[in-house]
Ligand binder design. Structure first.
Ligand SMILES: Cc1cc2nc3c(=O)[nH]c(=O)nc-3n(C[C@H](O)[C@H](O)[C@H](O)COP(=O)(O)OP(=O)(O)OC[C@H]3O[C@@H](n4cnc5c(N)ncnc54)[C@H](O)[C@@H]3O)c2cc1C
Length: 814
């Protein structure tokens, strides 16, 4: 005990692959003063029993890059540490056995190309040559990723631990964490069975125990344990040592070579949760009982694929619990509830594949004070209120587990745990045919089914069943008027003597306008990357009202809260639940609004960019003259209790003008035509306003200091190396979904960040960054000949740098 430290800069909790990778990379970042504590032995949690497949392709460029880092790390670790890792880069094969799956695989191949990852498409007979022991009679096609591989999870973990120790990290096994001290919202120390360690940073890499560790610091880590099984066979004739890994999603199974035999596992459609009441003490190097009944459907599928399994000897059926999350992605980053408390957990059965890169990203995040690149897809701030309920988390996680190998349909919604959070208009909209989607627990109308049509999505890779009804909604907004229920918007208040000073520092645009004005702005990080994209309405000299996207509630609140300079009198509160929002949009919006209130809503009396209190039938309504759909319109924010009455009044008054109920899918197509950027797709921390074509919304010409200013000023000197551009394809048989590859003069220069159909311009529309290392400007973008690769086919397209619809804003400012 004498050598047990009482102080460390960082304490990593958990000695699985993720904890060891984080400690190793922290040391590489110069944080050798790190202690790792593990309650059992290294790798004794979920890591030791992992099958060890290492695949890389995800539907997000940066997560694919992160997995690529794992491959790069695993490739050098043995030579670097002298510890064997079992790493083999034998490639990964993915089968497609239905036409839809083949479309998905071809779209994935294009996406891989977009992200710079090699992925070859193969015929069934070519796939058979790589995997000779399979029956390929039902295979339509296959994809091969030559840089995928497999590793021995325990050995990799030991190698990472050795590498960490070599750089000063102290590792203590048999050291159980029992508490975390938090003071003034910041971590202070970790309490273990061996003593207390004071520290600046705690990293929760406790796998399926991460929820329990999170609770010690008041942090929500939404994950649950689910049983996951795979089979290990005796050696099988014809299984070469360099057999690629195989994923056979139509049969829900995966395979890898092991000691001349096979490992075969899968994702059951009826998963079994584990440890609902807590993980038993001392669960180290432990497995659950074999469950052959549950595995049998997988086995039947596998026997069809690999006939040799019928006679192969079975060594073991491994049933190991692993942590899964409600959206199938892992959880990384600093918890919004507690400064200095980081999480790296919830790896959904790809923690071996992700461990190397995730530990690297997390360590760089900790050392650098911000993520090394946009990690929104896995950021802990993507969660919110519903995730505080572990029962809800379990329900949704089970659905996602069961969907692990199902086709990921465009626009797919999940069904479980719904409805959870409903706007006051939910029942009304449902009665009018709303087909709801879900975002952060909120039910939101995606589209409205016409009379006689069932409000239910029918998925496919072509135009889906909502395509025509959404077209009608789109036209209603362009030609008449539409009413959107956007009550799920996140809304914050910033109040106090110094509210303006605080927001002037955090916002890139000039928010120092008189009360009654409203500003669209980004909030930037120190590199000039876009952290938030929202509107700020000044209600009074010392009162600002912020509106941002539903899904960004936790993230944006945390960002603003963390960046209000210390000592200022500026209080941030979340008022999302207090206000409902109805957006009235379209050329007839003014007529409808005028009919329900006595306030002046003329162009002179209520100009674009103004915010006013108006009264609709006794309801105090904060009306914001702004639009995200490119038409004259107002966002009407009102106390929840008044929403139903205001809705009824607007619909009644709108009847004479052909008002329509309109939903989120219409918003998407309308904003694509207008070129409005979507955070999390077209813009985010990896892109600056200058790259995103949003320089006009930045107060660079003023003398006011703001976060990110220096980086942007630097960019105005050096120029940029990527620019967001629009692309159109008139052929309606093509379907753009985002992530299609952009070619300029035959060379790959980027990928689409969003894609869809514009009903008014009658074209496919995509946005994406055109990159050129030597620098880029508008002329460069406009001078190229462009093609988009869609599901491996190259299609000529037109390039645009201006909005496709109403570029002069005439309709909005009417
Ligand atoms: C059957 C099965 C097959 C799998 N196959 C693959 C695969 O082929 N490829 C792949 O990429 N992934 C696979 N996985 C997933 C992989 O095993 C996990 O994602 C990965 O091991 C997670 O690593 P971790 O470090 O997050 O968690 P763990 O390895 O569980 O590490 C967490 C550690 O925290 C420790 N801990 C918990 N509480 C405390 C405390 N209070 N104090 C101190 N320490 C504590 C635990 O003892 C544990 O060692 C598979 C999983 C299963 C179950």
């Amino acid at each position: 005990m004498a050598d047990f430290p009482t102080r460390a800069r960082a304490v990593v909790i958990g000695g699985g692959i993720v904890g060891c990778s984080t400690a190793y990379h922290l040391a590489r970042e110069g944080w050798g003063d790190t202690v790792l504590v593990e309650s059992g032995q290294l790798s004794s949690g979920s890591t030791w029993h992992a099958a060890g497949l290492v695949g890389q392709l995800r539907n997000n460029a940066n997560i694919t890059q992160l997995l690529g880092h794992s491959v790069e790390i695993y490739g050098r670790l043995e030579a670097e540490t002298g510890q064997a890792t079992g790493w083999k880069m034998n490639g990964g094969l993915r089968l497609a056995c239905t036409p839809d799956r083949w479309t998905e695989v071809r779209r994935q191949a294009t996406m891989a190309r977009s992200f710079g990852l090699e992925m070859e498409l193969l015929s069934a007979s070519e796939a058979l040559k790589l995997w000779p022991i399979m029956d390929a009679s039902d295979v339509v096609g296959a994809a091969f990723l030559p840089t995928d591989g497999q590793a021995n999870p325990t050995d990799i973990t030991q190698a990472l631990a050795r590498g960490a120790r070599g750089q000063g990290v102290k590792i203590f096994e048999d050291t159980h964490v029992t508490g975390i001290e938090v003071k003034d919202g910041r971590v202070g120390a970790v309490i273990t069975g061996r003593g207390r360690i004071e520290c600046e940073i705690v990293v929760n890499c406790a796998g399926q125990w991460a929820n329990e560790i999170g609770r010690m610091a008041g942090v929500t880590v939404p994950l649950v344990s689910v049983q996951h099984q795979y089979l290990i066979t005796e050696p099988i004739d014809g299984v070469p040592r360099d057999l690629p890994t195989l994923r056979d999603p139509d049969r829900l199974t995966y395979y890898k070579e092991e000691v001349g035999g096979l490992v075969m596992g899968g994702y059951e459609p009826n998963p079994i949760a584990w440890a609902d009441d807590g993980i038993p003490d001392g669960f180290h190097f432990s497995l659950l009982d074999e469950n052959w009944d549950h595995f049998e459907p997988m086995m039947e599928q596998a026997l069809g694929r690999v006939p040799a399994l019928q006679t192969a000897g079975i060594k073991q059926l491994v049933n190991g619990p692993e942590s899964f999350t409600p959206d199938g992605n892992f959880i990384l980053g600093e918890a919004p509830e507690c400064v200095g408390f980081f999480v790296g957990a919830g790896f959904n059965a790809f923690g071996i594949a992700a461990g190397g890169g995730a530990g690297k990203a997390l360590a760089e995040w900790i050392a650098g004070g911000q993520p090394p690149y946009d990690l929104w897809a896995v950021d802990i701030r993507r969660f919110g209120q519903p995730h505080g309920d572990i029962g809800w988390v379990r329900t949704r996680t089970m659905e996602l587990y069961a969907k692990h190998y199902t086709i990921a349909w465009p626009s797919e919604e999940h069904a479980s745990g719904r409805p959870l959070r409903c706007s006051p208009l939910y029942d009304r909209l449902k009665a009018r045919g709303a087909c709801f989607g879900e975002k952060l627990g909120w039910e939101r109308p995606n589209w409205f089914a016409p009379d006689g049509v069932e409000p239910r999505d029918e998925y496919g890779f072509g135009r889906q069943n909502w395509f025509a009804p959404v077209g009608e909604e789109h036209r209603a907004v362009r030609e008449r008027v539409g009413l959107f229920d956007q009550s799920s918007f996140a809304k914050f208040m910033v109040e106090g003597r110094d509210a303006e000073t605080a927001l002037s520092w955090i916002c890139a645009n000039n928010i120092d306008r008189p009360p009654g004005r409203l500003v669209y702005t980004q909030m930037l990080n120190a590199n000039g990357g876009i952290e938030c994209d929202l509107t700020v309405a000044r209600l009074a000299a010392d009162r600002f009202y912020i509106t941002t996207g539903t899904g960004f509630a936790t993230h944006d609140f945390a960002w603003i809260g963390a960046n209000i300079p210390a000592g200022l009198d500026a209080r941030l509160t979340d008022v999302s639940a207090a206000n409902a929002v109805l957006s009235l949009m379209g050329p007839k919006a003014r007529d409808v609004l005028a009919a329900v209130c006595d306030d002046d809503v003329t162009s002179e009396g209520f100009a674009f960019g103004a915010v006013r209190e108006i009264n609709i039938g006794g309801a105090p309504v904060t009306a914001l003259r702004i639009t995200y759909v490119g038409e004259l319109g107002w966002e009407l924010h009102m106390p929840v209790a008044h929403a139903a009455d205001v809705y009824d009044r607007l619909m009644a008054a709108g009847a004479a003008h052909g008002i329509a109920n309109t939903g989120y899918r219409a918003i998407e197509t309308l904003r694509l035509e207008k070129g409005y950027r979507a955070w999390g797709a077209d813009i985010g921390p990896d892109y600056t306003p200058l790259e995103a074509g949003l320089g006009w919304a930045v107060k660079l010409k003023s003398n006011v200091a703001f976060l990110g200013r220096e980086a942007l000023a630097g960019q105005t000197e050096t120029g940029v190396d990527k620019l967001l551009a629009g692309f159109t394809i008139a052929d309606s048989a093509v379907v753009l979904l985002g992530r299609e590859t952009i070619y300029r003069n035959g060379e790959r220069v980027g990928w689409l960040t969003s894609g869809g159909w514009g009903y008014t311009v009658a074209k496919n529309i995509g946005y994406g960054y055109v990159r050129n290392g030597a620098g880029i400007d508008r002329d460069y973008v406009m001078s190229g000949n462009y093609e988009l690769e869609v599901a491996t086919e190259r299609v000529p397209c037109e390039v645009h740098m201006d909005p496709l619809y109403d570029p002069k804003m005439e309709r909005i400012k009417a």
